[in-house]
Design a protein. Structure first.
Lengths: 82, 260
């Protein structure tokens, strides 16, 4: 009985931990928003230079997103691997 | 997923990602639901079938597009030309003239990921790129390829990439450590980004669709599913683009030698 309670407690901790880990994706959202917003601000000032910077925009977004992905990875590991 | 059937969803949102076999390899006469052995590598599953469909679709587009080449292109020819020109320009812009040699590989990656993503959006289909097992193979191939290429092209000087000479000497060891960690984390973020985006997007559509069991909500649900479907169409193309452009960025490190 006690063992079962402990297992359920561990299960609960797993779910809470996975939920908390997803909060890290909020940081990725902030980062992507800052990059896209600044790109738009720059593009509206100098629209002729904007198409040449599309690749840099996507690379920047991808790198900012990568750090959010690690928290998503932790959530996945907690849910399915631990 | 079967034990979670009582969790309130009429259709579980994760059921769409279950790998299912098409035949029972031990005894073809056995019905599928009585086939209890684990799925083995040679068995035909929905993953292999949809991968094959993606490859066939790419071959069909490229072969049909170039079969009757004309000055005024047909629709399939202009689509094939547009994709080709787009990727060629991207490789040339990002990796420089040295990297154009590796254009066929980048083109292959882009087409496979794009077609897998788009075919996954068909109703009742299976999204192969939503599985980490698939994307990790793609990302590891890029990672190992770039690393080997870097050592072949630059010799031991490839390690200079981690020694940032533009920084003050005192902080170079710390920077080197960070650079090494970020180098080895590349395949992780490269693969999880693609799989995570696709998996999350498709799961969201199914979760929203699950609310349709409440009859009052169903008009709203149909509208939101249609809107999310449009978003997923965008995500499918953008993620294929992001995967290939990151491949180009990594390739630039290898063929260009030193870091920036």
């Amino acid at each position: 009985m006690e063992l079962e309670a402990a297992a359920q407690f561990a299960q609960m901790g797993k779910f809470i931990g996975a939920g908390l880990a997803t909060m890290g994706l909020g940081g990725a959202g902030v980062g992507v928003g800052i990059i896209a917003g600044n790109f738009l601000a720059g593009a509206l000032r100098n629209p002729s230079a904007a198409p040449g910077q599309m690749a840099n925009l996507f690379v920047g977004i991808a790198f900012a997103e990568a750090l959010g992905i690690f928290s998503f990875l932790i959530a996945l590991l907690l849910m399915f691997a631990v | 997923m079967a034990e979670e059937a009582g969790s309130g969803f009429a259709i579980h949102p994760m059921d769409q990602f279950v790998v299912q076999r098409w035949f029972c390899a031990d005894d073809l006469a056995t019905p599928l639901n009585e086939c209890t052995t684990n799925i083995r590598w040679f068995e035909i599953t929905n993953v292999t079938v949809w991968m094959a469909i993606a490859v066939l679709a790419i071959a069909a587009l490229m072969l049909l597009g170039t079969r009757r080449r004309a000055i005024i292109p047909s629709r399939s020819q202009s689509v094939a030309e547009m994709i080709y020109g787009f990727i060629y320009k991207m490789v040339e812009d990002v990796t420089g003239h040295e990297g154009v040699k590796y254009f066929p590989y980048v083109m292959t990656l882009f087409l496979f990921i794009l077609f897998s993503n788009l075919l996954g959006l068909l109703p009742m289909s299976f999204t192969t790129t939503s599985h980490v097992a698939v994307t990790v193979v793609l990302a590891l191939a890029v990672f190992l390829g770039v690393t080997i290429l870097g050592f072949v092209k630059n010799g031991i000087g490839f390690l200079g990439m981690f020694w940032v000479t533009s920084a003050p000497l005192a902080i170079r060891p710390i920077l080197a450590l960070i650079e090494v960690i970020s180098y080895f984390v590349r395949p992780v973020s490269h693969s999880i980004r693609l799989a995570g985006n696709l998996m999350a997007g498709h799961a969201v559509i199914k979760v929203i669709a699950g609310f349709a069991t409440l009859a009052v909500a169903s008009p709203v649900v149909i509208g939101s599913v249609a809107a999310l479907y449009g978003l997923e169409l965008l995500v499918a193309v953008v993620q294929a683009y992001v995967f290939t452009i990151l491949t180009c960025v990594y390739l630039r490190d290898a063929v260009g030698g030193a870091h920036h």
